[in-house]
Design a protein around this ligand. Sequence first.
Ligand SMILES: Cc1ncc(COP(=O)(O)O)c(C=O)c1O
Length: 450
Amino acid sequence: MCTSISKHLEVKNDRLYFDGVDLLQVAEDYKTPVFIFSESKIRENARLISDVFKQEYGDCYIHYALKANSILSILRILKGEQLRCEVSSGGELYKALKAGFKPEDIVYNGPGKTLEELKYAVEVGIDCINVDSLYELNLLANLAEKLKTRIGVSIRISPEVSAPSIKTGLSKTKFGVEINQVVKMIRHALEKRHLHLKGVHMHIGSQVTDIASWSQASMVAVRLANQIYEDLGLELDHINMGGGLPEDYTETIIEKDKDVPSYLWGSISISEIARAVSKNFKDLKYNTKLYIEPGRKLVADTCLLLTKIVNFNERSFGEKWLIVDAGFNILPSMRILRWYYPVINISRINERHDSPFRIGGPLCDGEDVYHDVEGEELGNPRLPKYRLLPTNSQPGDVLAVLHTGAYGPEVTMNFNGMLRPAYLMILQNAVVKVIRRRETLNDLVSYEEV
Ligand SMILES: Cc1ncc(COP(=O)(O)O)c(C=O)c1O
């Protein structure tokens, strides 16, 4: 099964509607740039992922990874869909609790948790803290003893599985404990009265688009759980396979861009992933819970960014530039992670999107563009050189940037004195609600003292 924003988009009388809402009208009413989310799409994604995984493995618990997008309204919707959550800092823990998640439904990951953050998590009494090292395990044991309580822990492991795009499951990265150290570490943990050893955790990467990685990672987890059982007689409460469910970034209503790197094509379905994981779980010597921590897949295609063309430039050698009001202050991943988002001109929705344009953001920074500057210089561009838009695209037109719900809205910044945009939610009855207001000039100086 394939989830797509396209189903929630409809062209009527030359205008593009998102969940029944006229997007050109939204750009006029709320100004640009602006993020607009769909409540029904968020709910649809949550139900689909839960259903698919539970169908393959009944004892499965979906933990939404807050780092993908921690806007409270979105958290409340996902909580309402019976999801649990994963946090990666004290700040995210605070937001998760504020959104109504119960402590016993929260797991905590992070390679550099501070003592204050650990204390907060222990005092709140969350389900499980996933430790990244022996040092952290001992720190936590001492803390729990001092606080006269017992805390659930899992060990984050490096399964040595190399995912196709963002890799976090190798011991050459900063994450996790080497696999040959895990049994020794668990033996050590079992001696600590104030720790409740609950499981093992791994997160092999984000946008994991090949089935072999999922299969290999779950096989490593199952072999390890069986070894722990044989060596120590311990039955784990859960195995946490982390996040990484992939999104298809190439699915647009206008064009399929063939120059996009293959890891951005969500070519495998979540059913295939769920099947591969649960197939390996059948080899477990006892029953245990399966935790997963999807972020991107739950929210990426639930949001559009509307941005306006504010400038136009044509070079003597034929290149045409469109400068828009959304740059890496809002979508940093194009620059840092070389990410790709489909772009369509909603002011000319029915015109052919077949003319090549360079697109740039408003920042005074040469890398604030929608292509891969560094890659082109080195002769290895990882993003399309040009974006295809209608020939007459010009200042005043509104572009919609699709699939922007994950990570982009979470890593916005004020670089160049830019104001963070408004975030809107289309409620289920096509009513538009502001869920985060646009910043004002006063916000720019409100933390400073002179
Ligand atoms: C530990 C952990 N779990 C879950 C996720 C969510 O990953 P994704 O958004 O790719 O599903 C991440 C993201 O990097 C992570 O670090």
